[in-house]
Design a protein. Structure first.
Ligand code: ADP
Ligand code: ADP
Length: 224
């Protein structure tokens, strides 16, 4: 599967031109989208996730014409937004079960199996019955990625996942991402150069709504 973005533009009602003719081709594996605050990263991620409409352009994921077939895209998408709310009184496993149903994992045993694996993978097994209101920032992010991985997505978008994490939690989180699998398209959006350098065989730089550079870190990131 490959994600192809062509000539994507978006101007908000307030006149901000957040995306200006973005062209990107993203293959399976980890891809870094690097850019400063205000570059347009979240706008691009939300557009790919079908949460907002661009003014023009096309997005193709494998056989799916994303802007025409939003439901088809959502069925294969795992999205960890920059900010997400969790009901503080619910337990981690309760929340995962709830989202699994929304993702269409209807079989109870299949849900339980996926949740067990994801809790283990995200190192939250011991906290599964605890209310998430008491979770640390790192635990919440790990639960967020577990939610994103429900339903075995083929396209995974994580938007600024390491912002606000301490170094230990950050490494734990990045290791988790690197384990997701090479046959999936994973887009890591971040303003942190090291996240991309450590994890992404390919990356692009977005600034002012334009792609300034695409390539591999060993070729380009040293000069950033
Ligand atoms: P990044 O994720 O790289 O920080 P954003 O996509 O959030 O960039 O923002 C790009 C630009 O668009 C910024 O100038 C931001 O203020 C503006 N912007 C983002 N969302 C909206 C919105 N809903 N309405 C108006 N302007 C927005
Ligand atoms: P980011 O860090 O990704 O740029 P922000 O914290 O700037 O995100 O934005 C959070 C929310 O506010 C987003 O939903 C974004 O669309 C919206 N937003 C950002 N900038 C503006 C703006 N200038 N006017 C209206 N909404 C905005």
């Amino acid at each position: 599967m490959r994600l192809t973005i062509r000539d994507l533009s978006k101007t908000y009602p307030n006149g901000v031109r957040a995306l200006r003719g973005v062209d990107l081709t993203i293959h399976t594996g980890m891809f870094g989208l690097l850019g400063p605050n205000g570059a347009g990263k979240s706008s691009l991620m939300r557009t790919i996730a079908t949460l907002q409409e661009p003014d023009s352009g096309t997005i193709q994921f494998g056989p799916i014409d994303v802007l025409r077939h939003k439901t088809a895209l959502r069925e294969v998408l795992g999205y960890l937004p920059q900010e997400f709310g969790l009901y503080p009184n619910l337990s981690a496993e309760h929340i995962l079960d709830h989202f699994a149903v929304l993702k269409g994992v209807v079989d109870v045993r299949e849900r339980r199996a996926q949740i067990d694996v994801l809790l283990e993978q995200t190192n939250l097994t011991n906290a599964r019955k605890k209310a998430v209101g008491g979770f640390s920032g790192g635990m919440k992010q790990r639960l967020g990625i577990a939610i994103a991985l429900l339903g075995r997505p083929r396209l995974i978008i994580v938007d600024e996942p390491t912002a606000g994490l301490d170094p230990t939690e950050r490494h734990r989180f990045l290791n988790l991402l690197s384990d997701i699998g090479q046959d999936v398209v994973v887009i890591l959006s971040t303003h942190i150069v090291e996240d991309v350098a450590e994890l992404c065989p390919n990356f692009a730089i977005l600034a002012g709504g334009e792609i300034l550079y695409t390539g591999a870190p060993e070729a380009g990131i040293a000069g950033l």
